[in-house]
Design a protein around this ligand. Structure first.
Ligand code: MSP
Length: 637
C-alpha cells in the first residue's frame, strides 16, 4: 500500500547574504518534523532552498564585483554547507535560478495574464533603492525611508498587477471554513485585520532591474519577488513541467513553516495566486516567532555574541544547537538566543541529565556484568511506576510533536530522563552490586534503564539524530527495536543485551572560559573567520590610477564608466557610485585601483579593475583618494 505523504517546506532564503543562526531556526524545526514524520511512517517531502532574484541580490553581487549568478552560486553553497553541518535532511533544494523553476514561473505568469488575473498598470511612489520598496506620502518618515531613513525618490514605472483585491472575501471565507489554515491562532486574527483594512492589487513586475525571471510576453519586465518566490513550493515538485509526478503526489503541502514577518505573503498572496490558478491551497501556514538576540534585533551584530551556525556547530556539535533551538523557544513565540543560554542547556540538560544517565547505565552494565546483561529479571513496584509513566509520556510527546509543540515534547522526554535518574537514586544499583543475592534485582534495574534509554534514543532522534545513534550504539540495540512502533511496547530489548560505554556524549563546558574565548572571536565573527594572511593580501595589486574620463552608463542608474590611466595604458573600469558623484567631479583625481581583478562585464561593458571606496553607516559612499603627487601606476603597499 502507498504510504501517506507529508509535504513540509521552509521559506526559501534570500541569497543576499550568508546564513546566521536565525535562518537555521525554521530549517531545524522543519527538519525535526520531517524526521518525526518519516519515523511515523509517512512518505515525506521536505523542501528548502534559495530565493535568488531581486534588486538587492543584484546590488550585492555588484558590490562584490561578481556576476549575479556567480554570487548566488556561492551563497547557495554556503547555505548548503551549513545545512549539511547541521544534519538537515531535506529531500529537495530549490533555487529560483533553476531553469525549471524559471520556465514554470513564466507559465504561471502567462496563465494568470491570459485569465485576466494580471493586468498592466503604473506603479508610483517614493522609492528607496537599498530597501527596494515603494512608500506612500503617509508612510515616509520626515520625507525619508521609514525603514532605513535614507533619501527616497519619486518613481513611476509601468508594471503588471495581480488582482489581489478581488480575493479579500474569498480569503476570509476560506479562513473561516478551515480554521487550522493559519496557525498559531493569533496570526490568523492579524491576517483577518489586515485584509479587512483593504487589499490593494499587487505589483508583480519591475522594469527597474534585470535580475529576475523575464515576463514571457513583455521582456523588459521581470517578475517581482513574490510570484517568483512563492511558486517555488509547486515548481520544485514539477508544476508547469512535463515531469510533474511529485506535484501530483505531494501537493497540497501539509505545512509551510516560516517566521511571522512573512506570514502575510503566505496566508494572503499565496492562497490568492493558487485560487487564481485553480489549484488547491496548502493545508497549513505556520508562522513561528523570532529568535532574538541580546540587542533585541533579529540579527545580532552585538559584541560577544557568536551567532555563526558554523562556528556554533564546530564548538558544540550540531545536535546541541538543534536541541537548544527547539527546546529554548516554544514554537510560535519569540525567544532569546545567547551563547550563555546555549551553554547552560548543554551543561544542564545534555551533559548532566541525559549524558550522565547514559554513562552511568553503560558503566554499570560494564562494571557488574562485563557489558552483557543476564536474562533473569524481576519486576518491583518502582519498575511498574517507571514504565507506566514512560508509556504515558510517549503518548503526550506524540501528540505534541504532531501539533509542532517541539519544546514541550522535549520537556516530556526530559521528564522521562529525570524519572530514570531518580530511579537510579532510589534503586541504588551500586548497593545492589555489593551482594550476590541482589544480582537479580540489579539485572532488572539495569535492564529497565537500558530499555528506557532505547525509548529516549528514539524520542530524541528527530532533534538529535547523531547523539541518538551514539546512545543506541552504547546500549547495543538492533535496528528493528528503534522504530517508532517498537517503542510503544515496553520490554522488547532482549536479555543479554550488550552495552558498552562510549565517548562522553556531551562534554561539560566551563562557562567563564568559553565566554571569554567567544568574546575574543567577536565582534563580528564572520569577518574574523575570514581573516586573511599577509600572503593572501599580497595577491591584491593596488596602484595609483588617474581618472581621465568619466561618464554615466546609459543602461544603468548606478554605474559610472571610467577611463583610468594606470601608468602603462588607459583602462576601462565600471563602478557603482553614480548615486554619489557627478561624473565630472572625479576627473583628474588620483584614486586607489585594484589592478589585477579579473575583468567582468557590467551592463555590457568590460570592467578591468576596481576603484576603492568607503561606505559610512548611512550608506554614503566616497572614493578613497590617493596622494596627488604620485605618478599613475605607483604601487600601493
Ligand atoms: N525570501 C523570502 C522568503 C520567501 S518564501 C517563498 C525571505 N527570505 S529571508 O532570507 O529573509 O528569510 C526569512 C526567514 O528566515 C524567516 O521567515 C524565518 O523563516 C527565517 N529567519 C531569519 N531570521 C530569523 C530569526 N532571527 N528568527 C526566526 N526566524 C528567522 O523572507
Amino acid at each position: 500500500m502507498d504510504k501517506k505523504t507529508f509535504y513540509i517546506t521552509t521559506p526559501i532564503y534570500y541569497a543576499s547574504g550568508n546564513p546566521h543562526v536565525g535562518h537555521t531556526y525554521s530549517t531545524v524545526a522543519a527538519d525535526v518534523l520531517a524526521r518525526f514524520k518519516r519515523m511515523q511512517g509517512y512518505d515525506v517531502m521536505f523542501l528548502t532552498g534559495m530565493d535568488e532574484h531581486g534588486q538587492k541580490v543584484e546590488q550585492n553581487a555588484q558590490k562584490n564585483h561578481k556576476a549575479p549568478q556567480v554570487y548566488v552560486d556561492e551563497i547557495a553553497e554556503n547555505f548548503k554547507s551549513i545545512w549539511s553541518a547541521m544534519g538537515i535532511s531535506y529531500d529537495k533544494f530549490i533555487r529560483t535560478t533553476d531553469l525549471n523553476h524559471k520556465k514554470a514561473v513564466q507559465k504561471i505568469f502567462k496563465k494568470l495574464y491570459d485569465k485576466g488575473e494580471i493586468y498592466k498598470g503604473k506603479y508610483k511612489g517614493w522609492y528607496c533603492t537599498p530597501c527596494e520598496a515603494y512608500f506612500t506620502d503617509a508612510q515616509l518618515n520626515e520625507g525619508k525611508c521609514p525603514d532605513c531613513r535614507r533619501e527616497v525618490k519619486w518613481m513611476e514605472e509601468e508594471a503588471y498587477f495581480f488582482k489581489l483585491s478581488a480575493y479579500a472575501g474569498k480569503l476570509i471565507n476560506y479562513y473561516e471554513k478551515f480554521p487550522q489554515f493559519i496557525q498559531p491562532e493569533g496570526r490568523k486574527n492579524e491576517m483577518i485585520q489586515f485584509i479587512k483594512s483593504g487589499l490593494d492589487d499587487l505589483c508583480v513586475s519591475r522594469t527597474s532591474f534585470k535580475w529576475g525571471v523575464p515576463v514571457p510576453f513583455d521582456e523588459k519586465h521581470v517578475t517581482y519577488v513574490w510570484i517568483d518566490a512563492l511558486s517555488n513550493y509547486i515548481t520544485a515538485q514539477g508544476y508547469g513541467s512535463e515531469n510533474d509526478e511529485d506535484f501530483k503526489k505531494y501537493w497540497p503541502a501539509d505545512v509551510h513553516f516560516m517566521a511571522k514577518e512573512i506570514v502575510r505573503f503566505h496566508a494572503v498572496i499565496w492562497p490568492a495566486i493558487l485560487m487564481a490558478l485553480d489549484l488547491p491551497l496548502p493545508k497549513q501556514i505556520y508562522g513561528h516567532g523570532w529568535v532574538l538576540f541580546e540587542d533585541g534585533s533579529k540579527m545580532s551584530k552585538s559584541k560577544g555574541n557568536v551567532i555563526d551556525p558554523k562556528i556554533l556547530c564546530k564548538r558544540y556539535g550540531a545536535d546541541a544547537l538543534r536541541y537548544f533551538l527547539m527546546r529554548e523557544i516554544p514554537f510560535g513565540m519569540d525567544g532569546l538566543f545567547s551563547n550563555e543560554a546555549l551553554i547552560k542547556r548543554i551543561n544542564f540538560d545534555l551533559a548532566n541529565d541525559l549524558g550522565n544517565l547514559v554513562s552511568r547505565t553503560a558503566t554499570m552494565v560494564e562494571k557488574y556484568f562485563e557489558g552483557k546483561l543476564p536474562a533473569a529479571q524481576k519486576s518491583a513496584p518502582l519498575d511498574t511506576e517507571l514504565t507506566s509513566s514512560i508509556m504515558e509520556l510517549i503518548k503526550s510527546y506524540e501528540s505534541k510533536m504532531n501539533s509542532f509543540k517541539f519544546s514541550s515534547a522535549l520537556s516530556d522526554v526530559w521528564l522521562i530522563i529525570s524519572k530514570c535518574n531518580k530511579y537510579i537514586d532510589e534503586t541504588m544499583p551500586w548497593q545492589l552490586g555489593k551482594s550476590k543475592d541482589k544480582l537479580e534485582r540489579l539485572t532488572a534495574v539495569l535492564y529497565n534503564l537500558c530499555e528506557a534509554l532505547r525509548i529516549i534514543s528514539v524520542l530524541i532522534s528527530p532533534v538529535m539524530p547523531e547523539k541518538s545513534k551514539a546512545i543506541q550504539t552504547q546500549i547495543g540495540v538492533s535496528q528493528d527495536l528503534i522504530t517508532w512502533n517498537s517503542i510503544k511496547t515496553w520490554g522488547l530489548l532482549p536479555a543479554e543485551v550488550k552495552a558498552r560505554k562510549g565517548d562522553t556524549l556531551f562534554p561539560r563546558i566551563d562557562m567563564q572560559t568559553e565566554l571569554e574565548e567567544l568574546a575574543n572571536l567577536s565582534p563580528d565573527v564572520i569577518e574574523k573567520e575570514s581573516f586573511i594572511g599577509i600572503e593572501d593580501f599580497a595577491k591584491v595589486k593596488l596602484i595609483v590610477g588617474k581618472i581621465k574620463e568619466c561618464e554615466p552608463l546609459k543602461k544603468s542608474k548606478k554605474l559610472l564608466k571610467f577611463l583610468i590611466d594606470d601608468g602603462q595604458t588607459q583602462r576601462t573600469v565600471v563602478s557603482g557610485i553614480a548615486e554619489f558623484y557627478d561624473p565630472s567631479e572625479l576627473i583628474g583625481k588620483n584614486i586607489v585601483l585594484v589592478s589585477n581583478l579579473k575583468p567582468v562585464k557590467l551592463c555590457g561593458v568590460e570592467s578591468s579593475g576596481m576603484i576603492l571606496a568607503s561606505e559610512d553607516s548611512q550608506g554614503k559612499v566616497k572614493v578613497i583618494l590617493a596622494n596627488e603627487s604620485m605618478e599613475p601606476g605607483s604601487k600601493i603597499s
